[in-house]
Design a protein around this ligand. Structure first.
Ligand SMILES: NC(=O)c1ccc[n+]([C@@H]2O[C@H](COP(=O)([O-])OP(=O)(O)OC[C@H]3O[C@@H](n4cnc5c(N)ncnc54)[C@H](OP(=O)(O)O)[C@@H]3O)[C@@H](O)[C@H]2O)c1
Length: 248
């Protein structure tokens, strides 16, 4: 049997202060990884570090600010030496009609979900390459197929997925992979919490009318496990997986 894929590995998780990112950080730490957890809310990060014990190191980070991203990389390098996995999970989303959506929401959504994730990716790629390999996981969304009432959010995730494919191809031969992992609707997170409940109700009606299968709502733990599965699958060589699995 091969050793567990994640034991002794190191990772960075952005957007770790709540929702899926918090659950993901706890899950990866429980599987033996040392995690650098990043977000803007210092109090929530401190509470996460207390809950996780010594395996989680927190760094207050705003992914929309380049100097903050550079500081995250330096502090992660200092805390862990080498980094194996970077998860771009930080994200914001507004549920609202496109025609009345404020430009400020457009800018915040693209700056965080697309440019923030790409800025973190670019900052860490040299570190991963120097170490001879590594993995960037960009958290995608089922809404990227074009869900109404989240046009800018869907656009940010579709663009991030396209960029992930492009960068992954640029990294060919380096040992570094860049993946996008699609996550479906997940309750119990901060997603859409700043939106008008009437707009959210209109959105869910519109999703149903559009034939979108949105009612199978996940939990933060279950969505985090989907990301963990993708990380494990990418880190364990296919040969080792096949040898462990009598069904293959
Ligand atoms: N919930 C869903 O239905 C769903 C479905 C598909 C995909 N997703 C994706 O899953 C990811 C996590 O979302 P969630 O649902 O767990 O929502 P959430 O609870 O609101 O978590 C979002 C996280 O992103 C962080 N964040 C936001 N702006 C940031 C910035 N500028 N710099 C650093 N961190 C920032 C937040 O922390 P601070 O405010 O402390 O910075 C928070 O930790 C997002 O990428 C989201 O698009 C969610």
């Amino acid at each position: 049997m091969s050793p567990p894929a994640l034991v002794g590995r190191t990772g960075v998780v952005t957007g770790a202060s709540s929702g899926i990112g918090r659950a993901l950080t706890l899950c990866l730490a429980a599987r033996g990884m040392r995690i650098v957890a990043a977000a803007r809310s210092a109090d929530a990060l401190r509470e996460l570090a207390r809950e996780a014990g010594g395996a989680v190191h927190v760094v207050e980070t705003d992914v929309t600010r380049q100097e903050s991203v550079d500081e995250l990389r330096e502090r992660a390098r200092h805390a862990c030496g080498r980094i194996d996995v970077v998860v771009n999970n930080a994200g914001v989303g507004y549920v609202e009609p496109f025609v009345t959506s404020p430009f400020a929401h457009w800018h915040e959504t693209l700056a965080t979900n697309l440019l923030g994730a790409l800025s973190v990716t670019r900052a860490f790629l040299p570190l991963l390459r120097e170490a001879g390999g590594g993995l960037v996981v960009n958290v995608g969304s089922a809404s990227a197929s074009g869900w109404p009432y989240v046009a800018l959010y869907a656009a940010s995730k579709a663009a991030l997925e396209a960029a992930s494919i492009a960068i992954d191809r640029e990294m060919r031969g380096s040992g570094v992979r860049v993946l996008s992992v699609e996550v479906g609707p997940t309750a119990g997170t901060g997603f859409g919490s700043r939106s008008d409940p009437a707009d959210v109700a209109a959105a869910t009606r519109s999703w149903t009318e559009s034939g979108i299968p949105w009612t199978e709502v996940s939990t933060p733990d279950a969505s985090a496990r989907k990301i963990v599965d993708a990380i494990e699958a990418a880190l364990v060589p296919a040969g080792a997986r096949a040898a462990d699995d009598p069904g293959t």
